[in-house]
Design a binder for this molecule. Structure first.
Ligand code: ADP
Ligand code: MG
Length: 335
């Protein structure tokens, strides 16, 4: 198959019903033509995945197709934007039809689940690199930004953190979880869930939000810097729940066939793990019940993990009240 057959076969398809009204022209011309809903703002974001850097070459193509779109949807989620359309820039070492079919299947399944249309892209030979640009809509002034956190706000996080890191450490051989735990952790790494419904439900509730792609401390650090505030994270029960340790222990009882990560290790993965694609957000304490409603409405677990304070810096407070300063640097490709 040549370049154009490949596009027609794997990537040209009708827009899902949810976004059809906004796609005047999709794949097949020099430009896609999009029709914004009157009065709405576009939210636009791009994320690339590079083989060997963002994913291992052993990942199943279906999961890679899913992840490439999920990490982009996660950015729309963090802004509280509704996904509408996306483009796909694909650099491939060679045309492997079975691989492409799997990749397209994973990609389209997630796109359909969110009603988002593939409207264009570019296809070239080269190292395996996937670049996606997503476009979503949000009412003017309602996008969740990093800059809105205020002293006294609660600090919240969705779901669990550290699972992708557990899988990565297992691949590196530093831990050897039981097979069932590894399967679940690996799925979290390879098929993350973008918290789009939660992001939408948090419009008008959260004062600031970011998605956790480079580690909680790093991504929370962006909120703190943009909002010119600091934060204290409580290392209490909530922290234990955010770490999936309890979950994994429930699945398998124990890490019996290798070194078992200790609590301190788990906290490090929660704080600095990366690749989680959960949302970290802030909200006024008066709106705790509204946060609870947003969580229930979107079917997403959320937990309060600390507070925003006026004094800059990020701190971890242990159950004895002792404060430890945390770095606010997340993963940096050039550091
Ligand atoms: P141009 O030469 O004008 O850049 P191309 O020949 O690269 O256009 O692409 C032809 C059409 O196919 C365009 O509409 C483009 O957006 C679309 N396209 C190319 N690659 C992809 C892809 N990987 N996924 C979706 N659409 C694609
Ligand atoms: Mg082109």
């Amino acid at each position: 198959v040549g370049e154009f057959d490949l596009i027609a076969r794997f990537f040209e398809r009708p827009a899902p019903a949810a976004s059809a009204a906004q796609v005047a022209r999709g794949v097949g011309d020099d430009c896609a033509l999009l029709q914004p809903t009157p009065g709405m703002q576009w939210a636009v974001s791009t994320d690339m995945l590079v083989e060997g850097r963002h994913f291992l070459s052993t990942v199943a193509p279906e999961r890679l197709g899913h992840k490439a779109l999920a990490v982009n949807l996660s950015d729309l989620a963090a802004c509280g934007a509704r996904p509408v359309a996306y483009t796909l820039a694909l650099s491939l070492p060679s045309v492997q039809e079975a691989w492409l079919a799997g990749f397209a299947q994973g990609l389209h399944a997630l796109a359909d689940a969110h009603g988002i249309a593939l409207v264009g892209g570019d296809t070239t030979a080269g190292p395996l690199v996937i670049g996606i640009t997503v476009m979503g809509e949000v009412p003017p002034g309602q996008a969740l930004l990093r800059s809105g956190a205020r002293a006294g706000d609660d600090l919240w996080v969705s779901g669990h953190l550290g699972d992708a890191r557990l899988a990565l450490e297992a691949f590196r051989g530093t831990v050897s979880p039981p097979q069932r735990v590894m399967e679940l952790a690996r799925r979290r790494m390879e098929q993350p869930v973008a918290r789009v419904a939660l992001g939408l439900a948090l419009r008008g509730v959260a004062s600031a939000a970011a998605d956790v792609s480079d580690g909680l401390c790093g991504d929370l650090g962006h909120i703190l810097a943009a909002s010119q505030v600091g934060a204290v994270i409580e290392a209490d029960d909530a922290m234990q729940l955010i770490a999936s340790k309890a979950l994994w222990m429930g699945v398998e009882g124990t890490f019996d066939d290798g070194p078992t990560p200790d609590d301190a290790q788990w906290v490090q993965w929660v704080l600095h793990g990366g690749d989680d694609y959960e949302l970290v957000f802030t909200a006024a304490p008066a709106w705790r019940s509204r946060v609870g409603e947003a969580a229930a409405l979107s079917g997403t677990p959320v937990r309060r993990i600390g507070q925003i304070q006026a004094e800059p810096g990020l701190w971890l407070r242990d159950t004895n009240g002792v404060l430890t300063r945390l770095p606010t640097r997340g993963f940096d490709h050039f550091a």
